[in-house]
Design a protein around this ligand. Structure first.
Ligand SMILES: *Cc1c(COP(=O)(O)O)cnc(C)c1O
Length: 413
């Protein structure tokens, strides 16, 4: 992969063909999530290549997509794991990650959940003074710890996915550094890492570098430090006019900043990242079937057999997902509003130009790998879809779709 110098990269792999997607929908039913494994590998290789100038590790943020088959695949690639709940930690261990390959970054959990992480032997990242103090009181310097800092960098376009702003619940404010030092000194904490994650979808490389320089300033206060974790925020394009984060440029800029730090302080911490979306967004498709074409006075609706219970991002983040009619790729181009079948305003896309859509056609949503299935629910007592993974050209089921009994499971009847 070469950078064009503008931050735009040529696509690395051809998307899965319409023909294959239609075959998958026919075989496994719809709606169905489909993940193309080699696309994850391509993304992973792009990252490792871009950051080859400095020791760098990549912890896949598995809240984006936590199917154990995906976790095992990422493990095979050499990736590590970032988990935000103890259950994600357990899934990671189940998938075969060693405890020290897992970073546990919870937020607003009680201390027992952090202790469970310690008992499982994973790396722990603490994001508030109260837990840091409790951690220090119980473990002192016997268990290494990473501290999540809020550097107050506002990143990304959307407030809902930005975590670095002044009102954010994430991290310990950089302005509380003195307090952190007080806790560390008093309890003898062994601070191995500093972490920041300012949000999703940062396309400006300078935002990362600004964050890294702030982290270096903080690092001076922690002589035991092994690594600085810059979290994620790697942006992937969801529409044709969006640009992705230029990881090659970022790799060079990170290496230069680290070299300068080494020159000044004779220390060379590793740099860690926690990509979620970047690794798995574009590998995924959601395939749905058109139930109804409904012409109103103003709009032609294509009503599909899915809804925000399966893909929440459009309604939750006003996210744009490309949509193609994979059943009629040569049909005349016409304008549709694509809606779901949930009894609630449930719009996937307004005014989309699609090849003529007929009842029974399959539509494919792109970039459905990250925060797709993972945010799905049984709202309206509808069933969650199956998940399918394509590897070496072969599609296989990696999660069965729900059946009616799943709705009653756990109800006391
Ligand atoms: C969500 C999250 C990530 C991943 O973010 P993406 O935008 O999906 O890359 C990384 N680190 C932490 C702590 C997160 O909460």
């Amino acid at each position: 992969m070469n950078s064009s110098g503008t931050g735009i990269f040529a696509p690395m792999l051809q998307p899965v063909s319409d023909k294959m997607l239609v075959e998958i929908a026919d075989e496994f039913g719809s709606p169905v999530y489909v993940y193309h494994a080699e696309q994850i590998a391509a993304r992973y290789n792009m990252l490792t290549h871009a950051f080859r100038h400095h020791p760098t590790r990549f912890f896949y943020a598995c809240k984006a997509l936590s199917n154990v088959n995906i976790l095992r695949y990422i493990k095979r690639l050499g990736g590590l794991l970032d988990c935000v709940s103890i259950n994600e930690v357990k899934l990671g261990l189940y998938a075969g990650f060693a405890p020290d390959e897992i970073l546990f970054t919870p937020n607003c959990v009680d201390f027992t959940e952090i202790q469970e992480g310690v008992e499982l032997g994973v790396r722990v990242n603490i994001d508030n003074i109260s837990m840091l103090e409790q951690f220090g009181n119980v473990y002192g310097g016997t268990y290494p710890v990473c501290i999540r800092i809020n550097p107050h960098i506002v990143a990304g376009g959307n407030y809902k996915i930005s975590t670095g702003h002044i009102d954010s619940k994430f991290g310990i404010s950089i302005h509380q550094l003195r307090h952190i030092e007080r806790v560390v000194k008093t309890t003898g904490l062994n601070v191995k890492g500093l972490h920041m994650h300012t949000g999703s979808e940062i396309k400006d490389v300078e935002v990362f570098i600004r964050g890294l320089n702030i982290m270096f300033d903080v690092a001076i206060h922690f002589p035991e430090l092994d690594f600085i974790d810059l979290g994620s925020g790697f942006k992937v394009p969801y529409s044709d006019d969006e640009q992705e984060t230029d990881v090659n440029l970022l790799g060079e800029r990170v290496a230069a900043a680290a070299a300068e730090f080494e020159q000044n302080y004779n220390r060379r911490p590793e740099i860690w990242f926690e990509p979620g979306k970047y690794l798995v967004s574009e590998c995924g498709y959601l395939l749905v079937k058109v139930n109804v074409i409904k012409q109103t006075t103003a709009t032609v609706f294509a009503g599909v057999n899915s809804g925000f219970n399966h893909l929440l991002r459009p309604m939750f983040y006003e996210a744009y997902h490309r949509i193609r009619n994979i059943s009629n790729p040569d049909g005349a181009r016409r304008i549709y509003t694509v809606v779901g079948n949930i009894c609630e305003t449930d719009t996937f896309a307004w005014d989309r130009v699609l090849n003529e859509v007929r009842e029974g056609d399959y539509l494919a949503f792109s970039n459905a790998g990250a925060y797709g299935f993972e945010m799905s629910s049984n709202f309206n007592s509808r069933l969650k879809p199956a998940e399918v993974m394509i590897e070496d050209g072969v599609a296989r089921l990696i999660r069965k779709g729900d059946v009616f009994e799943d709705l009653l499971r756990n109800q006391v009847v």
